[in-house]
Design a protein around this ligand. Sequence first.
Ligand SMILES: Cc1ncc(COP(=O)(O)O)c(C=O)c1O
Length: 436
Amino acid sequence: MNTRSVHTRNTDGSSRLDVMNFLNEVAQNYPSAISFASGRPAEQFFDIEAWIGRIPLFVEHFARQHGLPNETARNLIGQYGRTNGIMCDLIARQLALDEGVSCHPRQIVVTTGCQEAMSLCITHLCRHPDDIILTRSPAYIGITGIADMNGIGIVPFASDDSKPLADALEEAIRNARSENKRPRAVYLVPDFDNPTGSVLSHLERQQIIEVCARHGVVILEDNPYGMFRYDGDVVPTMFALDTKGCVVYLGTYSKSICPGLRVGFAVVPEGEMSGGQSGAEMLDALSQAKSFATVNTSQIGQAIAGAILLSEAGSLRKLITPVIHHYRTNRDAMLHSLEDTFSGYEDDVTWNRPDGGFFLTVRLPFEFGRDEAEFCANEHGVLTMPLSFFALGDDGRDRVRLAFSNSDPERIREGIARFGAFVKMRSGRQHQQRSR
Ligand SMILES: Cc1ncc(COP(=O)(O)O)c(C=O)c1O
């Protein structure tokens, strides 16, 4: 019998596992609506045929590396292959060049998107019925979904700013222990969080590492958006700051190349890790689990990603420069449209100004849940995501996530005007009710 206590309900009563279905359904049911619902990367930058055409570069690289003729290398790439992946050297080089992450290729397991990396890590770390993971709330649906699917408890910490994040985390760890739960991992998106767009400061990162080292808890640092910074100074990754073997770094080429590749990875620390195991033991365990889950990550996908890295001298910076320009323009268009649309409503409607990533959130003077999202789609032709869909507790009920990545300034202006019409109509009604 499963003795874990799990809560898979959203604050609006719907199942968290239904959220993905909701997203897909609204997109299908309202195809002509302007969508700020899903944070898909911008497709006009997918140069699929050209990228596939570069595969010979990877074949040559693989052949040279293993002392093989090109033809044998090509056949091996078409075969079942090494579970931990065939492009670990290129990933290590790209991380060093682009993300300030220094690691050896042997620390890497290549996964079927970052989603598989998260899943392997969580299920490896939480094997006892009382093992739990901690995360901020609201949290990325991918992580709550994995926990829910596997019956693993997921406990929120710090849904408001009333105390320093590390203190809130330490308190959550202590509380969980007092209830005989075993906090095993903290999941964080320190750079341009999905869904909030927020960034953890240098100090917050250091303090969280201290807390986790003290309590033997592993940090899962998920960083799909770190390279998409539009303003401000880069903050070092938690992996780079970690001297205690706490941080497992999770990455992906879904945003910097394209999600269709399904190539992501986990980087495990070397030596003794937080919680007692060694990095090599964790890597072996991930590898063994992966060998039964997906055997290996598509080697064709790896060959494409690897070939892109080879043709770009190891770095993705140049490739994503126009993409960053596009996202920055979209973000600015969304911020300007919000300012124009809600001028005069400054006390009631507020939003954050993310320095990067794909999302921002808007706070409204009323609750915005599934019904409101459906009404907006149906009556106003604009798709948005209630933040309560991502919440683990009662938070986020009056907030909405807006994705600006896969759009353009004109659609953004029109979409925000439509969203504004709904918000004004709704808050006007509320205002009238209050003054009656
Ligand atoms: C925070 C976060 N982590 C992971 C992923 C999934 O990445 P992948 O496509 O590599 O599975 C996403 C995708 O949107 C994301 O926002």
